[in-house]
Design a protein around this ligand. Sequence first.
Ligand code: ADP
Length: 251
Amino acid sequence: LEHRLRQVERLDSLGKLGGGVAHDFNNLLMVILGHAELALESAPDDSAVRDDLERIQRAAERGASLTRQLLIFSRLEPSRPEILDLNAVVEDTGQLLRRTIGEDVELIAELEPGLNTVRMDRSKLEQILLNVLLNARAAMPEGGRVTIRTAGVEAAGVPPIVRLSLTDTGFGMSPEVAERAFEPFFTTKRRGQGTGLGLSTVYGAVKEAGGEIGIESEPGEGTTVTIDLPATREPAPAAVDSGPARPHRRD
Ligand code: ADP
């Protein structure tokens, strides 16, 4: 437990540090990008210098996309929490998720009705789903299956939670990788393929919403990412055309 706490503190301070650095860094990248673009205007076609400038441009663009993710991770992006029906958000993003996962991967949703309202930023919830799904896809180069599950968990004496889990049938993680997976910039992907910020961004969003996240993984079998979010009893505002919202109160 102590180890986990230390890691959580380290992630938090990395996030704060990262946010400040990312801001300054982004400004520098914009200067590099701007001047590369200017220089490209006068660079002759098919010249070595044009080639070099285009490389600079691509690297700076990649850097800018990295710092954007770092800013999100460090929570400098303002959050607009709202009451959300988790099942509805999964269904609403279904098409995007399906497109993300590609044709070789089967996408199954097992969304339990009942307690499934949470209070958090919608775009951050969508980002959680997307990032975890992108990892699942990357772990299944030959195709496979992803199952998204939601369920309300209620027990006497503890606050109710809504559990969201994503299970893939991919190549899984060794215990060493699973241990480090939430660290910013930790990646096992080839250079240029991964930023190592996917899961740390997810981690930041889950923590911000007052939730917990865990990974269970079996090398060669697959991975389950489980996210527990505090449930709220407030009903989500009814979606357009879907009739009155059903309150989830059971007493
Ligand atoms: P990135 O995807 O850019 O590498 P992440 O923070 O999202 O960064 O993930 C960190 C690492 O955790 C990945 O490089 C990979 O080794 C491992 N990982 C994450 N999700 C999965 C998964 N579903 N299956 C196998 N490995 C995973």
